[in-house]
Design a binder for this molecule. Structure first.
Ligand SMILES: Cc1cc2nc3c(=O)[nH]c(=O)nc-3n(C[C@H](O)[C@H](O)[C@H](O)COP(=O)(O)OP(=O)(O)OC[C@H]3O[C@@H](n4cnc5c(N)ncnc54)[C@H](O)[C@@H]3O)c2cc1C
Length: 271
């Protein structure tokens, strides 16, 4: 983590958990995040958090998930220099519940924001809603195998939808996070951002730990903000506290678990 910071990048840490099927497990995840917040605060690393709503209990009890999320948001707000907590987006089945969870925190707690997936037909409308709220969005292509009635398929089609949403966010969004390793999209964003009045400090690129580090370094050298997404398993939590996550092979392994089974969707899987 210190290495990433020294290279001019910040991080977002996602604690991968076991399957969460009951309240006890969801609370264990919540408590893991509370500990993680303490560890980040104590270490002083430049990192915030990402989490999955299902890990907080969303699939079986939205009230439980909201309660867990609220505790994490409040603790982050209290302890961290960068208290932002990103809610990752999972499969389509969880889209509406995840956005509802997010909106239930808003505007009382504003240190959170959702991920929107460019491959979904509905995403431009969701982007417009987040722009209206003033919420911070991470835009990604989308990592799940969604049916053709809800998502476009095919690389070029997903690229074009990503760009359309990126423009929406760069025009009106609050500090957008553009999450892609796609050099064509990155080049297009770099070209269009100044024309839309976006300074380099008013948005960030996000990439996965260990994926295209060359591109990550180049962007930092060119004056852009880069945040690296670092997923890790709960069984690494103790290690993290001691060493602040420097073992690449563990992380690459965890990447495969981060957004479902690898396999290319319209946008490509995350691993
Ligand atoms: C920070 C971050 C957060 C994300 N959060 C979510 C989320 O919450 N929900 C969700 O559904 N998806 C999420 N994703 C995954 C995303 O939706 C895509 O599936 C994934 O990023 C692949 O699309 P791409 O545009 O990066 O690259 P692609 O279109 O797949 O590929 C473009 C190029 O990028 C490089 N590349 C891409 N992936 C890899 C890799 N694994 N290893 C090596 N090179 C690679 C290659 O050079 C490739 O040619 C996230 C991705 C990132 C970077």
């Amino acid at each position: 983590m210190h290495g990433l910071n020294a290279a001019g990048m910040s991080a977002t840490l996602d604690m991968l958990g076991e399957d969460v099927a009951d309240r006890t497990a969801a609370r264990r995840v919540r408590d893991g995040y509370l500990e993680l917040i303490d560890a980040i605060g104590a270490s002083g690393v430049k990192a915030n958090l990402s989490l999955k709503a299902s890990a907080l209990g969303l699939t079986f009890d939205p009230h439980e998930a909201l309660d867990n999320l609220a505790r994490i948001l409040d603790h982050a707000q209290e302890k961290l220099a960068d208290p932002f907590v990103r809610i990752d987006m999972e499969g389509y089945r969880l889209l509406e519940p995840t956005l509802a969870l997010f909106e239930a925190t808003w505007p009382g707690r504003t240190n959170t924001g959702p991920v929107l997936q460019a491959y979904l037909y509905r995403t431009p409308a969701d982007v417009a809603r987040m722009v209206e709220l003033g919420a911070r969005v991470r835009l990604c292509k989308g990592a799940y195998h969604e049916p053709k009635d809800v998502a476009v398929h095919g690389h070029a089609a997903v690229q074009s939808r990503f760009m359309r949403c990126a423009v929406q966010l760069l025009q009106g969004g609050v500090y957008p996070a553009l999450a892609t390793h796609d050099p064509a999209l990155i080049a297009a964003i770099r070209e269009i951002a100044p024309a839309l009045g976006r300074g380099n400090d008013d948005f960030e690129f996000q990439m996965l730990y260990g994926v295209r580090p060359d591109l990550q370094r180049n962007l930092v050298q060119a004056g852009y903000r880069v945040r690296v997404y670092v997923p890790f398993g709960t069984h690494w939590a103790r290690y993290f506290r001691r060493r602040m996550l420097e073992r690449r092979e563990n992380l690459i392994f965890a990447l495969r678990a981060a957004f479902g089974r690898p396999g290319r969707t319209g946008g490509g899987g995350a691993s």
